[in-house]
Ligand binder design. Structure first.
Ligand code: PGA
Length: 254
């Protein structure tokens, strides 16, 4: 249960990363949509790979209460950028959310704070909700630099887009030492950073959904969600199994 004094709607997002064939995606979506019918407190979003977005949108999600998101978008609006997928193209296919600045993009594709801010802005312009991912490395946490890193990453988008736009998006706190490692931040560790992010956002941040990511599983979800500033989760590994993912979604219900 998300402990939500200000009535922010709980949000659970599946990040399927570079996984699955179209048959796998169909099966996974069937498993999720079958178990998530009717009216729910929590909002559920799935983010397939680009190539599976059209299939997810038209075949499975058109008549479900599950929203569609993308894992990334281009830093450009249109033109001669081979291989890129624009925010507008994603919106056109039915995406309502876009992940920006995921640690794997920052790490493996050298995405900088400035580039992330541009993508964030384009997602917003294309009428989608950007999900801004922030988080520190194990070394940075060890050196006591966690809050300074978060301030820099959030600050870059704040400077570029302003408080109001950022306040209307979603922020995911994902410590790198917890993403895909099986090690989860303790509820207290996560809450500390979530509260700090909310404070950075100023008055506009009261309504902002700040969610946690990093080895969220059915076993640890509820303890995280009872923290006052944790509004849901960005789920990687555990989102590849319909039953586990649905259990996490249920843990977020009021
Ligand atoms: P994980 O991934 O749940 O497998 O740690 C989370 C993420 O990368 O968003």
């Amino acid at each position: 249960m998300v402990n939500n004094s200000t009535k922010r709607r709980p949000l659970i997002i599946a990040n399927w990363k570079l996984n699955g064939t179209s048959a796998f995606v169909s099966e996974l979506l069937e498993g999720i949509t079958e178990q998530w019918t009717g009216v729910h407190q929590a909002e559920v979003v799935v983010c397939p790979a680009f190539v599976h977005i059209g299939q997810a949108s038209s075949v499975h999600l058109a008549h479900s209460n599950i929203a569609l998101g993308a894992q990334d978008c281009s830093q450009f609006e249109e033109g001669a950028y081979t291989g890129d997928v624009s925010a507008e193209m994603l919106h056109d296919l039915g995406c309502q959310f876009v992940i920006t600045g995921h640690s794997e993009r920052r790490r493996f594709y050298n995405e900088t704070d400035a580039l992330v801010a541009r993508k964030f802005d384009l997602a917003h312009k294309a009428l989608m909700t950007p999900i801004l991912c922030v988080g520190e490395t194990p070394e940075q946490r060890e050196a006591g630099e966690t809050l300074a890193i978060i301030k820099r990453q959030v600050g870059a988008v704040l400077d570029y887009c302003g408080q109001e736009k950022l306040g209307r998006c979603v922020i995911a706190y994902e410590p790198l030492w917890a993403v895909g490692t099986g090690v989860t931040a303790t509820p207290d560790q996560a809450q500390e950073v979530h509260a700090f992010i909310r404070q950075l956002l100023g008055p506009a941040g009261q309504a902002t959904r700040i969610i946690y990511g990093g080895s969220v599983k059915p076993e640890n979800a509820e303890a995280l969600f009872t923290q006052p500033d944790i509004g849901g989760a960005l789920v990687g590994g555990a989102a590849l199994k319909a039953d586990d993912f649905i259990e996490i979604c249920k843990a977020a219900e009021l």
